[in-house]
Design a protein around this ligand. Structure first.
Ligand code: PGA
Length: 256
């Protein structure tokens, strides 16, 4: 049985003042929602604020990236242990915005995935195809290649302690989500590919959908058999919208 998980990805948004009321409202809104898990991934400078406001609540916090090296002369980088020091439990790895705008590759994402696990963090590993790739019928090839970058290098067992996220690029930040059926088809493909290597891991790993998840579409997405929650960008900046998405997760508490 897989419990639903809703993760907020704030991206490069926030200010100390806005974050305080957003986090307080989210905490108050999900306090009594016991049937799912909740995480917010905030920009690095706000990890301390997240830690002080979320400690002792049912909302965990994490980061949106990390550096693959433990420490040393790497100006501007943030190490896995620094995230642990701030109480992070999760870290997003391989988001399409990092892959495209910061030239991250399957290989560097896989390296960071491994480093996150070693530090005791749960990587939230993102995969997804562009519009052109979907229109050329390459979705399974692209998503399969991204997934294989982990499986080939480390084995499917490594996925047991991770969370996966299917985030079609054509749906991220567009306000136009995949339909539940479109998302389910790819989620089922991902689970099936893992099952070829390790059926138990495939059965237990949580696969989130991300890409314009909103209160209006969350419940239909979360009702799908292979969709175990959401990775939420824009709507995670609005406490009411985010809490409504968390409520939708609680309507479908368990998958499989
Ligand atoms: P969105 O972002 O919800 O704004 O589409 C999702 C994401 O990029 O994780």
């Amino acid at each position: 049985m897989r419990r639903k998980l809703v993760v907020g990805n704030w991206k490069m948004n926030g200010s100390k003042t806005k974050n305080k009321s957003l986090l307080e409202d989210v905490v108050a809104g999900v306090r009594d929602l016991h049937n799912a898990d909740y995480v917010v991934c905030v920009p690095y400078p706000y990890l301390g604020q997240a830690q002080s406001l979320l400690q002792g609540t049912n909302v965990a916090w994490g980061a949106q990236n990390l550096c693959a090296t433990e420490d040393g002369a790497l100006t501007g980088a943030v190490s896995p242990d620094m995230l642990v020091d701030y109480g992070c439990t999760h870290v997003i790895i391989g988001h399409s915005e990092r892959r495209i705008q910061f030239h991250e590759t399957d290989d560097t994402a896989a390296t960071r995935f491994n480093v996150a696990l070693k530090a005791g963090l749960t990587p939230i590993f993102c995969m997804g195809e562009s519009r052109e790739e979907r229109e050329s019928d390459w979705t399974e090839y692209v998503v399969g290649r991204q997934l294989d970058s982990i499986i080939r290098r480390f084995g499917a067992d490594f996925l047991a302690k991770a969370v996966l996220a299917y985030e079609p690029l054509w749906a991220v930040g567009t306000g136009k989500p995949a339909t539940p059926e479109q998302a389910q088809e790819v989620h089922s493909f991902i689970r099936g590919r893992i099952a070829r290597c390790n059926a138990e891991v495939a059965e237990n790993v949580r696969i989130l959908y991300g890409g314009s998840v909103q209160p209006a579409n969350a419940s239909a997405l979360f009702a799908m058999p292979d969709i175990d929650g959401g990775l939420v960008g824009r709507c995670s900046l609005d406490a009411k919208a985010f809490v409504d998405i968390c409520k939708a997760a609680c309507q479908h508490p368990m998958t499989a």
